[in-house]
Write a new protein. Structure first.
Length: 98
């Protein structure tokens, strides 16, 4: 193979690494998990006055658990379908297909 082909392959690997590193799913998932933990802890420590304001529904607990579930969904999605697989599925190798 030519030297040019090796350079292109190296650039593709670098691009895939950068895409994986800066994947928006990682950022969204991480933020939702962090905030979900904080809000869930606030819900676990809710006072009777807080519950009374919310008609005896522990809003912080349920919202925190929902945020945790959404954040974990994004992180699992990232793990099961990495960025280079998503890019590879779009370009199936046919000319003019991507």
């Amino acid at each position: 193979m030519s030297d040019h082909h090796h350079e292109v392959e190296e650039l593709e690997r670098t691009s895939a690494t950068a895409a994986r590193l800066f994947d928006v799913r990682r950022v969204i998932g991480g933020l939702f998990v962090v905030y979900g933990v904080i809000v869930t802890l606030a819900g676990l420590n809710a006072s009777d006055a807080d519950l009374k304001k919310a008609q005896d529904i522990n809003i912080n607990l349920w919202t925190g658990l929902g945020m945790l579930a959404l954040g974990l969904f994004f992180l699992v999605w990232l793990k099961l379908r990495p960025a280079e697989m998503a890019v590879g599925a779009e370009n199936d190798g046919r000319p003019g297909s991507g």
